[in-house]
Design a protein around this ligand. Structure first.
Ligand code: NAD
Length: 416
């Protein structure tokens, strides 16, 4: 099997889908890994490291993808990148099908098979493949560091001869994978952390990491462990109940998201105006519209002495380990798509079926079929996967250490 790793082209993107360590394991399992020259350089992986790992390094994306069975990337492809996927070959990346319509049309025309990490079923067996979680872990860590860096105060309490400095007060809104990592990181730095989420299960998880949970009357459990969208009245009640907590915080980290929807505005301009000068808001939902009314993605907005940081693509700011984890996720998925190093997805596996958007150019994901105006899973005569949801019982990993990924992971089987 031939695996292509072209460079990421999204502006500012520094990650790469396969790192040399994973390339070595795949090559050892009989996979021909072909990497575009410079693909790993922004994550500090040199062409020489890939060559040394047994991969072939070629000059451009067309040469990298030529003859590939599978092309792997991090970001959704642009239409011109989709056109480099060979006829009948497969693609694996984050896809956000709703935002990738032009590229999906190109891929459907090329009879491609397309797998999206966004649709990975969040079941226990898939945890080692869960790139949403691994990248959210990196993003949550980055968000806490951004808050600590921008705050003109210490995070920890300091007792010095000159006097005692109280610890910073951090409020984390949205306690999913990223929020839990933001809590853990802010706590390690010594801050006093409060956390808030509309899902009841988040309370225990936040408390297990040392945060105090802010219990408001607003609850919004959605399907499969996700939150549902709040009604305008509920959102208003939530903002009113949160105002005092917001005003008392030195740093607010927001990560609230509802799959497939614009991020909810949790912090209004009036709430920002109630904060003390020098306070910092780190908005991790900036890419999906922002949890703060003042957020500008990729920018810092100063408003009445409060700084609002719109974190754009935070996982890319720590490209070495973000790529390391992503590449492990890719390798773990490959164990199902190419068992023993030979291309041949196990279509009876719910993870394979769940991630699949197009199969040989046919839409097997209902919303994608609708988007492209193609026959859906039923009309096409095969059972298509439903949109994935998480398994409510499984806890979100706050600290996804490499060791966790090693635990009896399919990648290990594939590479051994
Ligand atoms: P996400 O990125 O979709 O959302 C982030 C958080 O924002 C969520 O906790 C959500 O409840 C919260 N939120 C949404 N609207 C809000 C509002 N108005 N106010 C406050 N908070 C709001 O979440 P995620 O990190 O993808 O995790 C979603 C779920 O998936 C969680 O239940 C998590 O435990 C679960 N999960 C399961 C697995 C598994 O393997 N089974 C893996 C990862 C995550």
């Amino acid at each position: 099997m031939r695996l292509a790793v072209p460079s990421e082209t999204r502006p500012g993107e520094r990650r790469v889908a396969v790192v040399p360590d994973v390339a070595r394991r795949l090559a050892g399992a009989g996979v021909d890994v072909v990497v575009q020259s410079g693909a790993g350089s922004r994550a500090y992986f040199a062409d020489a490291d890939y060559r040394e790992a047994g991969a072939q390094v070629v000059a451009d994306p067309v040469a990298a993808c030529a003859g590939a069975d599978l092309v792997v990337g991090v970001n959704p492809p642009e239409p011109d990148q989709a056109a480099t996927v060979p006829e009948g070959a497969a693609l694996l990346s984050f896809l956000s099908p709703a935002q990738s319509e032009p590229a999906l049309r190109v891929l459907a025309g090329r009879r491609a098979t397309v797998f999206s990490f966004d649709l990975l079923p969040r079941i226990s067996r898939a945890q080692g493949m869960d790139a949403l979680s691994s990248q959210s872990t990196v993003a949550g860590y980055r968000a806490a560091l951004a808050g600590a860096e921008q705050l003109a105060k210490f995070f920890p309490m300091f007792m010095t001869a000159a006097g005692t400095v109280p610890p910073a007060k951090v409020l984390v809104m949205g306690v999913g994978v990223a929020g839990l990592q933001a809590i853990a990181t802010a706590r390690r730095l010594g801050a006093v952390v409060k956390a808030y989420d509309v899902r009841a299960a988040a309370k225990e998880e936040a408390e297990s990491l040392g945060a105090t949970f802010v219990d408001l009357a607003v609850k919004a459990e959605g399907v499969g462990g996700y939150a549902r969208e709040l009604s305008p009245e509920e959102l208003e009640r939530q903002r009113q109940a949160l105002s005092a907590e917001v005003a008392a915080s030195d740093v607010i980290i927001t990560t609230a998201a509802v799959p497939g929807r614009q991020a909810p505005v949790l912090v209004t301009t009036a709430m920002v105006e109630g904060m003390a000068e020098g306070a910092v808001i780190v908005d991790m939902a900036a890419d999906s519209g922002g949890n703060c009314e003042l957020t500008v993605p990729g920018d810092v907005v100063a408003h009445g002495g409060v700084r609002v940081i719109g974190l754009a693509n935070p996982a890319s700011d720590m490209p070495t380990h973000a790529s390391f984890l992503y590449a492990r996720n890719v390798a773990n998925v490959l164990a199902l798509l190419a068992p023993g190093g030979a291309w041949g997805p196990d279509w009876d596996d719910e993870i394979v079926a769940g991630m699949c958007v197009l199969r040989d150019g046919r839409a097997v994901h209902g919303p994608t079929a609708e988007l492209l105006g193609l026959p859906g899973p039923r009309e096409a005569g095969h059972a298509g996967p439903e949109p994935a949801g998480p398994e409510p019982a499984a806890p979100a990993p706050a600290d996804l250490a490499p060791a966790d990924l090693d635990r009896a992971g399919p990648a290990d089987e594939a590479a051994s």
